[in-house]
Design a binder for this molecule. Structure first.
Ligand code: HEC
Length: 156
């Protein structure tokens, strides 16, 4: 009887180890290595995603900003204020100055990957304790939102 119990405990122990520590940990290390070699020079000013250089005029495009405002109201305002006050995520005041246009547009269209790779995104996650969900934005939505952020930061 005693032996049966010991064996059962050992099986449970092995199972727990194999499941929680063994397989997934080594798999994710392999995954990280693969990513690092596929992307040896991560550019923290651009972030990770499809946007490399974004054409931005010195003047505001009011129509684009207005469209951005509409998307903001529906998809972003539950977590972001336009002031510098944090809600669930950081307030947007000054965001167009503290981040580059490609960084913002990559972050909002490729959120998961950016939070995984980008040091600034990880630092925000440590403060906010919520992972921003992917918002399924089109490229145009992303550009219009960026224009709305510029307007919010006083570009005319
Ligand atoms: C469920 C809450 C939530 C929603 C909805 C949300 N965000 Fe976020 N956002 C966050 C959090 C939290 C962070 C900080 C990073 C993290 O913890 O994931 C963040 C960070 C950001 C940042 C970086 C801010 C900075 O100071 O660098 C931008 C830009 C941003 N979000 C844009 C958007 C846009 C655009 C939308 C709407 C299309 C949106 N977010 C919708 C929660 C949200």
């Amino acid at each position: 009887m005693k032996r049966v119990i010991t064996a059962a405990i050992m099986v449970a122990f092995l199972y727990a180890c194999g499941n929680q520590n063994g397989t997934p940990a080594s798999a994710s290390v392999a995954e990280e290595k693969k990513e690092a070699s596929a992307n040896p020079s991560y550019d923290p000013n651009r972030g990770e995603g499809k946007f490399k250089a974004v054409e931005v005029s010195g003047k505001l495009d009011a129509a684009m900003a207005e469209n951005g405002n509409k998307v903001y109201s529906v998809k972003c305002s539950s977590c972001h204020k336009t002031t510098d006050e944090k809600l669930v995520g950081p307030g947007w005041k000054g965001v167009s100055a503290r981040r580059t246009a490609p960084w913002i547009m990559n972050f909002i269209t490729n959120t998961d990957e950016m939070i995984t790779k980008d040091p600034k995104a990880q630092a925000m996650l440590e403060i906010c304790l919520v992972r921003m969900p992917n918002q399924n934005l089109s490229d145009i939505d992303a550009r219009n939102l960026y224009e709305f952020m510029r307007k919010n930061d006083g570009v005319k």
